[in-house]
Design a protein around this ligand. Structure first.
Ligand code: CUA
Length: 331
């Protein structure tokens, strides 16, 4: 290789690397950053990109140059290249540089991991339970008016307070993931797993299941609400008030988005039309359909679509009020 073409190749590699880095850093890879952990992780990702783009460019450039320069020309079919055996200098270089790069990046990633997992004072504890195909969130530090633990299907978090999640599952593997927080962890049968998050941005963010867990995996989603600290306090106080025992209201809050029921002015179309399927059902059958929705499935519908956790998210009084209401409507 002549000196001139070597300079040319190096110049080309530098230019394409710079272009590659600029393009890769200008792409919006991720959703908004809503936690302190998100900032650390995105920076790690950018640094990794900054190192891997030039390596990618270098490998492709050497490949392309070799294809051009050393391709077989007509008449060379039976020729062989010069035999090369051993070049200690070259071998030291191509071992040392990747090794230094790798250990440097591993060291940095380790520092980031230590940082995002550092225990913080006064954390809010939230227990997350996955099951096919829904999430239940429990706040062990708070109780309902009747002494039962505070459980919800949507996640409410105060901005700025460190949260310690304890994650588990009732059935198969799931994976608790809030992309805006950048943190995810498997929920594993029989054990508790943990992640820490400090929300830094107000808003509503999706909770996603990130482990293929059955037919309803893609609908195993709920919402995270990051709210100001005083609003979180008010939300907890609201949750601790004795609930409304108005069956129609409970139906509107919990069921109307999926079911049609004229008596409650509900027009949901995901589950069975209750104006058709409710007629003549006993209260016991209605209760069974609410608490164990997969036991019997109306024709044309699938198992695993209706959340199976109403037995936990509605108190017993609320369940009774809802069943009484639907019993009255069905008769
Ligand atoms: Cu649960 Cu996928």
């Amino acid at each position: 290789m002549s000196k001139r073409s070597l300079v040319l190749v190096i110049a080309l590699a530098v230019i394409t690397s710079v272009i590659g880095i600029v393009i890769s850093l200008s792409i919006d890879w991720f959703p908004v950053q809503a936690s302190t952990q998100a900032k650390d992780i995105d920076r790690l990702y950018d640094v990794l990109l900054g190192f891997s783009v030039p390596i990618f460019v270098l490998v492709v450039a050497v490949l392309a140059y070799s294809f051009m320069q050393f391709r077989q020309r007509p008449g060379q079919e039976n020729e062989d290249g010069t035999p090369i055996h051993g070049n200690t200098k070259l071998e030291v270089i191509w071992t040392l540089i990747p090794a230094l790069l790798l250990f440097g990046l591993i060291g940095y990633a380790y520092v980031v991991l230590q940082d995002i997992e550092k225990p913080k004072p006064n954390p809010l504890n939230v227990k997350v339970t996955g099951e096919q195909f829904t999430w239940t969130f429990e706040y062990p530090q708070y109780k309902r008016h009747n002494g039962q633990p505070l459980r919800t299907t949507d996640l409410y978090l105060p901005k700025g307070r460190p949260v310690q999640f304890t994650v588990t599952t009732k059935d198969v593997l799931h994976d608790f993931w809030v992309p805006a927080f950048r943190m995810k962890i498997d929920s594993v049968p029989g054990i508790n797993t943990h992640i820490k998050v400090t929300p830094t941005r107000l808003g509503k963010y999706p909770v996603v299941c990130a482990e293929l867990c059955g037919l309803g995996h893609s609908v195993m989603r709920s919402a995270t609400y990051v709210v100001p600290a005083d609003r979180f306090k008010r939300w907890v106080a609201d949750q601790r008030k004795p609930p409304s025992l108005d069956g129609r209201q409970i139906f509107t809050d919990s069921c109307a988005s999926c079911h049609t029921l004229k008596a409650a002015s509900a027009t949901g179309a995901i589950g069975p039309d209750l104006d058709k399927t409710l007629k003549g059902q006993s209260k016991a059958a209605i209760e069974e359909s609410i608490l164990g929705p997969d036991a019997k499935i109306a024709a044309g519908y699938q198992k695993g679509v209706m959340p199976p956790n109403f037995g936990q998210t509605l108190s017993e009084e609320e369940q009774r009020a809802l069943v009484n209401y639907l019993g009255k409507v069905s008769s």
